[in-house]
Ligand binder design. Structure first.
Ligand SMILES: Nc1nc2c(ncn2[C@@H]2O[C@H](COP(=O)(O)OP(=O)(O)OP(=O)(O)O)[C@@H](O)[C@H]2O)c(=O)[nH]1
Ligand SMILES: [Mg+2]
Length: 286
């Protein structure tokens, strides 16, 4: 898959993050709980240097809860403060976490009779829910947030409580991703634009992955019986089962592709985590 998925606005975003870092007390990194390694951009480590950080495993409602617990444990073992979150249901859980992470800063101000506004920068790859998180905390959907990557185009500060400002930022992908599996998985969760992929191949490879890890969920969602189906034959069986037909009676595979990708992304196939936490290993942030 050799594709240009690093549009100009991402290079700009990287510059902006660097510029805003000096006025930031804390960085809140958002990744996708279904893909906790591959949806973390390793560039952020160098870019954010020694800033205090929280890691949110967002969209936890779409991920396997037991595996999310393992991921939380894995990151905490590495000294990373990681928390699962469902932004749509309980974004406000972030506020005490931020307060806790900044307790000494807040306290030292209070000792001098000052309560300064704290500033947190929200960063992460596209489509993980950064803008939605700020909307939920503000209690108003004033920021554009949609289920596709590249929605936010500039970095903007928003006051979410009397003493907290959060900065929304454009999703940041890396210029080149050498691991094709990680690239595909980022596409499955909608962090890389569908336009740059062959979506037919993408749906087939997603189906293959799901048949290897969760065959029962695929068979039950698409009302199929044959566990041995793979590749184009599986997609065709899905179209048949759903009655996706073109006017001449031919299978409407395009509709099948859309159904597979959309239904995975929205969790309708099941709560599926694509990456397992490595046990007893250093994090591999490829
Ligand atoms: N199920 C679920 N969906 C979520 C959650 N958080 C965000 N979303 C959805 O994810 C989609 C992307 O959200 P955005 O807030 O636009 O993501 P973003 O990270 O700002 O994306 P970019 O601006 O493109 O970088 C939207 O359809 C949200 O409703 C969550 O915790 N669970
Ligand atoms: Mg956004």
């Amino acid at each position: 898959m050799s594709i240009n998925w690093y549009p100009g606005h991402m290079a700009k975003a990287k510059r902006l993050l660097g510029e805003q870092l000096a006025r930031t007390d804390l960085v809140v990194e958002v990744c996708d709980a279904r893909l906790p390694l591959s949806s973390r951009n390793p560039d952020l480590n160098t870019l954010l240097a020694n800033k205090r950080r929280l890691l949110l495993l967002n969209k936890a409602d779409l991920a396997d809860p037991a595996l999310t617990k393992e991921w939380e444990r894995f990151f905490r073992d590495q000294g990373i403060q990681a928390y699962a979150l469902n932004t749509l249901a309980s974004a406000r859980r972030l506020l005490p976490l931020i307060e806790n992470a900044l307790r000494d800063k807040i306290q030292s101000g209070q000792n001098r009779g000052i309560r300064r506004t704290m500033r947190g920068m929200i960063v992460g790859v596209p489509n993980v829910g950064k803008s939605t998180l700020i909307n939920q905390l503000k209690g108003k959907s004033t920021i554009k947030a949609e289920d596709r990557p590249g929605v936010t185009r500039s970095a903007t500060w928003f006051r979410v409580t009397p003493y907290l400002e959060l900065m929304d930022s454009p999703g940041l992908l890396w210029p080149k991703l050498s691991d094709p599996l990680a690239a595909r998985r980022l596409a499955y969760i909608g962090s890389i634009r569908d336009e740059v992929h062959d979506v037919y191949q993408l749906a087939l490879s997603l189906l293959d992955e799901l048949m290897a890890s969760h065959p029962e969920l695929v068979l039950s969602r698409f009302k199929l019986q044959d566990e041995s189906l793979r590749g184009p034959a599986l997609l065709q069986a899905i179209c048949q089962s759903r009655g996706y037909l073109l006017r001449g009676g031919e299978l409407d595979e395009e509709r099948g592709v859309t159904a597979v990708l959309d239904e995975f992304r929205s969790g309708k196939i099941g709560r599926i985590t694509l990456e397992k936490a490595p046990m007893g290993q250093e994090p591999d942030e490829a």
